[in-house]
Design a protein around this ligand. Sequence first.
Ligand SMILES: *Cc1c(COP(=O)(O)O)cnc(C)c1O
Length: 419
Amino acid sequence: MKPASPVWHPFTQHALQPEAISIARGEGAWLETVDGRRIFDAISSWWVVTHGHRHPHIVRAIKDQTDRLDQVIFAGFTHEPAERLARQLVAITPRGLDYVFFSDSGSTSVEVALKMALGFWRNRGERRSRILALEGAYHGDTIGGMSVGERGVFNAPYDPLLFDVERIPFPSEGREQATLDTITMACRNTGVAALIVEPLILGAGGMLIYPAWILAEMKRICEAHGVLFIADEVMTGWGRTGTLFACEQADVTPDIACYSKGLTGGSLPLAVTLCRADIFDAHYSTDRSKTFFHSSSYTANPIACAAACANLEIWQSEPVMERIAAVTRAQTSGLDRFREDRRFINVRQIGTIAALDVVADDAGYLAGIGPRLYDGFLSRGLLVRPLGNTIYLMPPYCSTPHELDSVFDAIDEIADGIG
Ligand SMILES: *Cc1c(COP(=O)(O)O)cnc(C)c1O
């Protein structure tokens, strides 16, 4: 039976999942359905909610901003929330990222990064337009984002439109040097504009973790060959990996960095692409053809910027790092019981992100096991959305050890009935 609603949901096969769950309220780490059922949001509503739903400070900032200015064209005009936010972002991101370009989703922040890189080389008169990207990467669902992301079932129909990139093998344990050698070889070719990476962990690609020294080496190789280094911190930013930004763990300043998801604490859509001064400077000219030609209607929406400023204030005024440390500890001890458990492999964690793979005959994103796991969690009042046979938790930082324990209990129970 076709759904009664005209709404077409994202990443949803309506023929298999006819009913969407209607949510009426959210508070802290919890969602409440229209019929009053409570659901623990163990994946932060697709990785965006950091301090919990409806943090009072963010809610107040949004209300206050709507009383002053809702929206204004951002070409030739500016406003206080955007200016304040940009200054603070420059102050807290790795030193050397000096300019801030606003957009409204992680995907568009990646498009902006790619366009900045291509514009940089063109305006400098160098013919460099090829992009290097990691195998298994996910950078969003726009054409540019899909092009630099892993090819597969998600983008097969659009493949004829996607541009070619050079794939760098994922630095899995024992194969790190092969990854670095491939980057070195690729960088020696002429025409390479940039390498784009998800620092320390590939998110949608399966929560695959690699060490900080690899990230540092990748950056070093790029720098040695004059290739731009783009860090897509859309998911890793805002404390997820244990530091405010993942690049900090490798002491790396990217040439271009993308942030979104937790930028507004998960309250409103907003994204930024930060870059080094020389990338801005390459577009800075009395020659209008060197302008950075990118915009979206809602660029730097004042309400979203006010929410992001409030988010940064929470990072300053509340013990967010302690909460992250507490969630991290709870995840470690929650995972402990599965380390020798033969029903699971690849038990892994970085900061607040915990993941493990269910041993199954059919692995991969479309594995039948995914939806069965999802339903098992949901029937226990838990929002966990496995990537194929990979179960992961990425909870808001207000989650308690007790709440997280209940998710690990559920993993234990559900894995018995699966397989
Ligand atoms: C989610 C994500 C994106 C895309 O962000 P949207 O806001 O969904 O467009 C890009 N890159 C990474 C690493 C992501 O996790």
